[in-house]
Each structure stands twice: as C-alpha cells, then as structure tokens.
Design a protein around this ligand. Structure first.
Ligand code: NAP
Length: 514
C-alpha cells in the first residue's frame, strides 16, 4: 500500500521528468518486514543451488536488458552511457557469477576441530545462519552496482530484503525491481520501498530488521549507528572516502595520468573511492602535471547522450553546488586552476573537470571528500612524506600507489590507512566481487563483497556435541578428586617439552595447595 504522494524523477542533464514513483508510508514498512520475515523462513530452507537458479534468471534478464538499463541509469544519474554500461551493468553481471558459484563454499556448515586436548571428546560444527530480514539503503552515485552486490549476497545467504533506493535515482530502483522480479523469487522475499531518507533509518530499525547495510555519507552513517545501538541491530556502514594517489619518481607517468582521469573524473568524480588528492614525487611533478593538463583540457563534459561527451553531469544540484563552493573557496585561499576541461554550458548541472595546484592539506578540497570532478595535486620530497600526507585524513576508504617498483609499492601499501590499496590502478577492486570492500577510520564499519561480505549477511551458530564416555566430566561441580591435576596437566601440555613434563608431574602428584 502507498499514499498518493509521488517522487518525481528528473534527468539531471536536461531537467526533463522521467516519471513518478509512488511513495510508501511508515505502515507499509512495518507490514513489509513481517511479510518478508514469513517468506524468508521458507527461503532459508532452499539449498544454495536452488537459490542460485533464481539468481541465474535475474542475471540472464540483466544481460538481455543491459543496454536498455544502462540508458535508464544514464538518464537518471547523469553519467555517460559507456560509464553506466561498464561500471554498473557489467560489474553487476560479474558479481552474479561469484556469489552463485562461491556462496556454498563460504557459508556451508562445517566441522571445526578442537584446538586442544581439553576438547578431545567434543565434535564441533559451525553454521552461518541468515540474519533474517536485511535492510539495504543505497546511494545515487552507483545506483545499480552498489545495491546489486548486497542484494545478491543477502539472497544467497538465505535472507529476505527490505530495500530503499536513493530518492534521486528512483528510476534505477525500478530497474532493480525488474531484475529481482525476473528471478521469480518467493513472494514478499524482496520488498522495495520509496521513503525519504530522513525517515528511512528510523523506520527500518523500528520495524525490526535484523541487519542494516547502509552505503552513503559519514554523517548519516553516524546517525544510523546511534539509532541501531538502541536495539543493538548489527549494522554495516560503507561511507565516504578522500582517496589519495601517490605517484612515485619511477612511475609510468602516462599510465598514472590516465588512471587519475578515469578514477578521479569519471562519473563526474562522484565515486566514493575516486581519486581526490594526488601526491607526486617532486622529481616528476612538472612532467606529470604537463601530461595531466594536456589530457584534462581535451576532455568534454556535458550531456551524457552526446557522442563526443567524455564525462556527464553531476547527479544532484545539491552536490553540484557543494563542489562549486569548495572549488571557489580553495581558489580564494590561493589554489591555482592548473587545468580545466571543456564544458557544454547548456547542460544542467555539468561541472568542468578541474585540476588544482598550490593546494594545502588545510583546504576543504584536500581535507574533506569533494565528491566531484576536482582534484588537488601536491609535490612530495620522499616516500615518508607521501605516506604521512596520504594518511592525514579522517577517512580511509581506498588509496593507490603508482610505481614500476612493485615491491616498493607493496611496502608503501602496508603503511597506508585504507581498506583497499591498489598499485598502478585505482577504484578497480569494487568490480572484483571476491575482494572485500570497506574502509578504515570514518570510511565505514564492516565489509561488503566477497567472503567477508557474505559472512556479514549471516550470524555464526556453533553446535558442540560432547561424546565424553563417563557420567561426569572431571571439572563439573562438584569437581572430582583428579580435577586439579587434570586441569593443571591440560593447561601445560600445549607448551614446550619442559612444560609438558611439568604438566605430567601435576597430573601424577597434584598441586601443593589445591
Ligand atoms: P546520503 O545522503 O548519506 O544518502 C545515501 C542514502 O541514504 C540515500 O538512499 C538516502 O535517501 C539515505 N538516507 C539519507 N538520510 C538517511 C537517514 N537519516 N536514514 C537512513 N537513510 C538515509 O549520501 P549521498 O550524498 O546520497 O551519497 C554520497 C555519499 O555516499 C558519499 O559520501 C560517498 O562517498 C558515499 N558512498 C560510499 C560508498 C562506499 O562503498 N563506501 C559507495 C558509494 C557512496 P534519500 O536519497 O531519500 O535522501
């Protein structure tokens, strides 16, 4: 059931209306959770291969309608069609294969051997039990790829789903509904609601979901964590980033420049793990800037439908204005516009790609997540300084190092405070579904994707069978007469040979005072 209130979807490039999506009420969310719970108890009994068959149908549908859906994403979000096809459609299609093939291996019930003579007579099993009803709230920047991973993980691990798409990309929410419908899942297993974000968190948690998977901004993540504490509902937070790129003296500069443009400027820089700050060794600072300037000045920003557009528009006017303010503030504080792309001024909400130099760590453009097509570049003297600059942030989602010396790259990577560090690339691992995704510091809590993501969709249950043949364990109350000797022996038998010997003596002669 829903009210007569609708959310109107707009094309950010033209302002044209794309359609109206009915809004749901708080009562709809309450009812949805009990309906999902009923469907989920049956779904949890499906084998992994049965669940996988439903997902295959979804995947087939997505492949068949890939181009059509990429067009909807492009119209709703403002990114180019190619961008939508590569980073959204193909990334989701690849994810299906991983979760269908590997969920059983990660989540199946397994025997766990005891680690010590103490558990000699127990047989232990570990089960990963579905959470139940998982709530997913996702943002507008990758409106298909981000929620699809979580939907797939939740379904393969036996959960039901309550899903909310970002208000700005409700048309993509409708696409997700079609993909899920194609899977012919049990009725009510997946329910999508359209409610304003400001009420969604409270509504989801108060309706009694068993886990919340949230992807969005740091401030909202903090609000949700506080709210979830009231019921101790488990929560995974995938939040913002302010990602550094370190270009070493011996880097392939052409590759580094191309990587910076792709990871920092595609999707109008609205990537949580996009390049936001570039630190370049002073020996190659000038040649790097020269190459970057040449490439950026050739980029065309504008209507995502136009054939010669490289970068589309910003998705929301709010984000457009926020980035412009940050840029103007940095310029007023002394930053220099080193390079600026071409721009189609007639396109709503388009922002030119801009490279800033003479920036410092105190400017908001370097200190905060910009989430737009603006990158600051600074030189560094040595690797220690580069690491210190890269780590100088409250956020730690991803980072990259550009060097031909891979062992140096790995050495630097181990010192960066980030959930993902890439050498000679950036942003790519979100599309490698078996790699966990998530950040250090305020970039998030928990992990999505891969084995760790699947585990986050479940809770662990341990089953311990005691096969001890006698009527009573030595240590049960009241303890038997050999109690202290046996415990003394057990504690020491796992250590060095001298300890084992001491343990044996305790077993034979007991403790002096016990
Ligand atoms: P946002 O304002 O936090 O919104 C994200 C989602 O949360 C939207 O669906 C929004 O709904 C909803 N929301 C807003 N207020 C809420 C509340 N009080 N309770 C529950 N849900 C609420 O973030 P954004 O500006 O749209 O997205 C950009 C941010 O997401 C950036 O910081 C970016 O780095 C981060 N992000 C992180 C990752 C990652 O993997 N770590 C991936 C993508 C994006 P409405 O649209 O209805 O307001």
């Amino acid at each position: 059931m829903s009210t007569h209130i609708h959310t109107e979807a707009f094309n950010p490039a033209t302002g044209e209306s794309l359609g109206q999506i009915p809004q749901n009420t708080l009562e709809d969310i309450q009812h949805a959770v009990s309906r999902i719970r009923k469907a989920q108890t049956k779904w949890a009994d499906f084998s992994f291969s049965e669940r996988g068959k439903h997902l295959r149908k979804m995947q087939r549908h997505l492949i068949e309608h890939g181009e059509e859906y990429a067009r909807i994403i492009s119209a709703d979000n403002g990114k180019t069609l190619t961008d939508a096809y590569i980073t959204e459609i193909s990334s989701a299609v690849i994810a299906f294969d991983y979760y269908i093939k590997h969920s059983a291996r990660v989540l199946r019930e397994r025997r766990v051997k005891g680690s010590h003579i103490f558990s000699l007579f127990t047989r232990n099993r570990l089960q990963q039990v579905p959470m139940g009803v998982v709530g997913i709230i996702s943002p507008w920047n990758y409106p298909l790829a981000i929620p699809m991973h979580e939907i797939l993980m939740a379904l393969m691990s036996g959960n039901g789903l309550l899903y909310k798409a970002a208000s700005e990309t409700q048309m993509v929410g409708q696409v997700i509904q079609k993909i899920v419908d194609a899977g012919e899942l049990p009725q009510d297993l997946f329910v999508q609601v359209n409610v304003a974000g400001r009420i969604a968190g409270d509504a989801f948690l108060e309706a009694g979901i068993d886990k919340l998977f949230f992807t969005g901004s740091v401030p909202i993540g903090k609000i949700l964590m506080k709210k979830a504490a009231e019921t101790l509902t488990p929560i995974s937070l995938e939040l913002g980033g302010n990602d550094p790129m370190i270009v070493c003296a011996e880097a392939n500069l052409k590759k580094a420049v191309n990587g910076a443009i792709w990871a920092g400027l595609s999707n109008s820089g609205q990537s949580c793990a996009g390049v936001e700050r570039i630190y370049v060794h002073r020996d190659v600072y000038r040649p790097f800037l020269k190459l970057l300037k040449k490439k950026v000045e050739r980029l065309r920003v504008g209507h995502p439908d136009h054939k010669d557009t490289h970068i589309g528009t910003m998705t929301t006017s709010r984000q457009h204005d926020a980035v412009r303010n940050m840029l103007e503030e940095a310029i007023a504080q002394g930053a220099i516009v080193e390079a600026i792309s071409q721009i189609d001024e007639t396109t709503d909400q388009a922002l030119p790609a801009t490279i800033l130099t003479e920036v410092n760590q105190e400017m908001r453009v370097m200190k905060e997540e910009t989430f737009g097509p603006v990158i600051g570049v600074m030189p560094f003297k040595n690797i220690e300084e580069a690491i210190q600059l890269a780590n100088d942030s409250d956020l730690g989602l991803t980072a990259s190092i550009w060097t031909k010396n891979h062992s140096l790259g790995r050495k630097i990577a181990s010192q960066l405070e980030a959930g993902v560090v890439t050498i000679n690339s950036h942003l790519i691992s979100h599309a490698i579904p078996n790699l966990p995704w998530g950040g250090f510091k305020q970039s998030g809590v928990g992990r999505t994707h891969g084995e760790l993501g699947l585990l986050e969709m479940t809770k662990a249950r341990v089953i311990v069978n005691d096969y001890f043949p006698l009527n009573k364990q030595f240590y049960w109350t009241p303890p038997g007469f050999v109690y202290s000797r046996w415990v003394g022996f057990m504690m020491m038998v796992g250590g060095a040979w001298s300890w084992k010997l001491k343990g044996l003596l305790k077993l034979i002669f007991g403790f002096k005072k016990l």
